[in-house]
Design a binder for this molecule. Sequence first.
Ligand code: ADP
Ligand code: MG
Length: 232
Amino acid sequence: LPDLAGPSPTSSSGPIPLPEPEVKRLLEQAGIDVPRGAVAAAPDGLAAAASGLSAPLVLKAFGPGIVHKSDVGAVRLDLGAPDRLAAVAEEMRAALAAHGLRPAGFLVEEQAAPGVELIVGAVRDPSFGPVLMVGLGGVWTEALGDTSLRLCPVGRTDVEAALAELRGAALLDGVRGGTPVDRTALTELILAVGGRGGLVERLGNDWSELDLNPVVAGPRGATAVDARLLLA
Ligand code: ADP
Ligand code: MG
């Protein structure tokens, strides 16, 4: 992926996480739906950055050591007016400082409508190559342990089967009279990750782990609202 990953990482110790806004740019280039968003280096730039976005908004901090954002106060949902963003970002900066962390910048993005939260991920297995994972749960993925694996590149039938074999697959059809999720959009998103010519293929050999967690699947569309990519 020439140019897409930005400047070469200087540290050689272990996998390097790419900042979330950059991962989302890669997803977008691969045809994966991500929330509309903008970046500001400092809190006072956020209102201007957010001027073209529609509320409700989500604010996130990114930077070295900021991994599980919810655990360190680096995600705020349901934000309204852009002129409040700077104050929320200052609170975030203080919360992060208490954890010994300093944000490199802030990402403000539109908040996706509620839906079923899934994880779509990939790892590179030393003998099998890239392996795709789909699962239900978003933040509860680990607790539920409800995931399916497929070797990449996956085809449409693989993706449909991987989704169908989840123990919680019925959630995708709408629980208690709820609206079913957009299976087509969800399948297309997963194919854009692990299918022929998809993101995993385009990343080549320079990565070790990709996590879209969660992907929010609604009645119309599926959006990757969080994204993590570890460069090898
Ligand atoms: P973490 O690093 O803690 O995983 P996330 O970016 O996944 O942080 O945000 C935490 C939760 O907030 C997500 O699991 C999702 O439920 C919600 N969330 C985050 N971004 C958005 C968004 N743009 N739209 C809707 N919900 C979001
Ligand atoms: Mg997440």
